[in-house]
Design a protein around this ligand. Structure first.
Ligand code: NAD
Length: 273
């Protein structure tokens, strides 16, 4: 597979496409990750709360892919924000790794005011080399400002819900200004909408001989975003990776940009606890 890297502001390189394993049953996760690695994926996005870190780790160990060729992300769960160091070591233990490539604060939880403490812990974890890069997830502008103002440590990424129906333009512009790369979760709107059937998606798919999923993922890639669409099906893993052999026209991009309805399918970051 020919998957480009994106360079984070700390110099670390992340493959622009990975496999996400949210809601992948622990009984299936090892097989899913093995299939993804066999298809050529080298970037895996998991989280402590997905309860499949051990299976992700088992797949990595079994795959024989060299550690330095892999990019592994995991996330600090909400209930652990005041004990990030311990929770991180537990994640490493389940993954069977002595280092992750990227460690994220999963949600800001502004109602508890503990994200700043968590961020300070992640900065120490990064200093120790056990996480090559650190970042956040589901942070709004005010949550980013709080941790940056207090620590001077700028997250390398913000992993947020982003797809054609929910484009987060103001937050994306703020992150671009700070050098924070966007990781788009739910890049396909979690398969929960009629997005694949929209005329502009269908027209672009027909014009390029691609599937609607490939058109949407290509739209993300052309905007410089990092994506890790979830699928448990090996044939869709292959399909979702065929993004780097064609280009959407400026008109096609503009038509997809115009689909924004500010409509999210996941939780609201200001309320999620
Ligand atoms: P997604 O947009 O990747 O949608 C996944 C669904 O899309 C699949 O279940 C399937 O129904 C469909 N799909 C996938 N490939 C397809 C194809 N080629 N054709 C047709 N349908 C296809 O949603 P997601 O899983 O929520 O997001 C991707 C990853 O983002 C997750 O696995 C996880 O790693 C991450 N994530 C992070 C957060 C967070 O809070 N940080 C939240 C949700 C997801």
């Amino acid at each position: 597979l020919n998957i480009p890297n994106i360079t984070l502001h700390d110099g670390n390189e992340i493959p622009q496409l990975g496999i996400g394993v949210f809601k992948v049953d622990p009984g299936e996760a090892e097989r899913v990750v093995i299939d993804a690695l066999e298809a050529g994926y080298r970037h895996i996005d998991t989280a402590a709360i997905y309860r499949n870190e051990a299976e992700v780790g088992a797949a990595i160990a079994r795959s024989g892919v060299a550690r330095e060729d892999l990019f592994v992300t995991t996330k600090l769960w909400n209930s652990e924000q005041t004990r990030a160091e311990g929770a991180f070591e537990e994640s490493l233990g389940r993954l069977g790794l002595d280092r992750v490539d990227l460690y994220l604060v999963h949600w800001p939880q502004p109602m508890f005011g503990e994200a700043l403490a968590a961020w300070r812990s992640l900065a120490k974890i990064a200093e120790s080399g056990r996480a090559t890069s650190i970042g956040v997830s589901n942070f709004e502008i005010e949550h980013l400002e709080e941790i940056i103002d207090a620590t001077g440590v700028v997250p390398t990424v913000n992993q947020i819900e982003l797809h054609p129906l929910h484009q987060r333009k103001e937050l994306v512009a703020y992150c671009a200004e700070k050098g924070i790369k966007i990781e788009a979760w739910g890049p396909l709107a979690q398969g929960k909408s009629d997005l694949f059937k929209r005329d502009v998606i269908a027209a672009a798919a027909a014009a390029h001989g691609k599937t609607p999923a490939q058109i949407i993922l290509r739209w993300h890639a052309q905007a410089g975003r990092i994506v890790f669409p979830k699928t448990v099906r090996a044939e869709r893993m292959v399909e979702n990776a065929q993004l780097f052999d064609f280009q959407l026209t400026a008109e096609e991009v503009a038509a997809i940009d115009a689909l924004d309805e500010q409509r999210n399918f996941g939780s609201n970051p200001r309320e999620m606890d």
